[in-house]
Design a protein around this ligand. Structure first.
Ligand SMILES: [Zn+2]
Ligand SMILES: [Zn+2]
Length: 139
């Protein structure tokens, strides 16, 4: 939470109660949550928020690099790494437990983008998703 407060202060953005609650729900989870799972989490402590409110909060958190969207799962993941919103990351998605790790992938993403450009394609790749088995599940 300190990280989020710091980021918002640095960008003179406001961490409103709903934005804070959404981020806290994601930080408390060990795996990415879908929007409706987030709503269910919030409903446990406060009144049930409207989906649009949660989606707006998620948009805000993603714009500020505090939350990532895992496209293949249609789910959201809190990011505690202090990387810029423009930097590339790879998500390591465990097929067994559903946990998602994050590693920097700027070089990989750059070479993929470069390969795409040689064909005249204009890529807008920002994340790489890798599925497999996490260290914990191999034990
Ligand atoms: Zn991240
Ligand atoms: Zn696992």
């Amino acid at each position: 939470m300190h990280h989020a407060e710091h980021v918002c202060a640095a960008r003179s953005q406001k961490l409103t109660p709903i934005r804070r609650q959404v981020l806290e729900a994601l930080l408390a989870s060990h795996r990415p949550l879908g929007a409706y799972e987030i709503i269910d989490e919030l409903a446990k402590t406060t009144s049930r928020p409207a989906p649009i409110t949660v989606y707006r909060a998620l948009d805000f958190l993603m714009e500020n690099g505090l939350v990532h969207r895992i496209e293949s799962r249609n789910a959201f993941l809190a990011c505690a790494h202090d990387h810029g919103t423009a930097s590339m990351v790879a998500f390591l998605i465990c097929d067994q437990c559903g946990s998602v790790g994050e590693v920097p992938a700027t070089k990989v993403a750059q070479s993929l983008n470069d390969a795409a450009r040689t064909t005249g394609f204009v890529p807008k790749l920002s994340v790489v998703e890798i599925t497999g088995t996490c260290a914990h599940c191999q034990a």
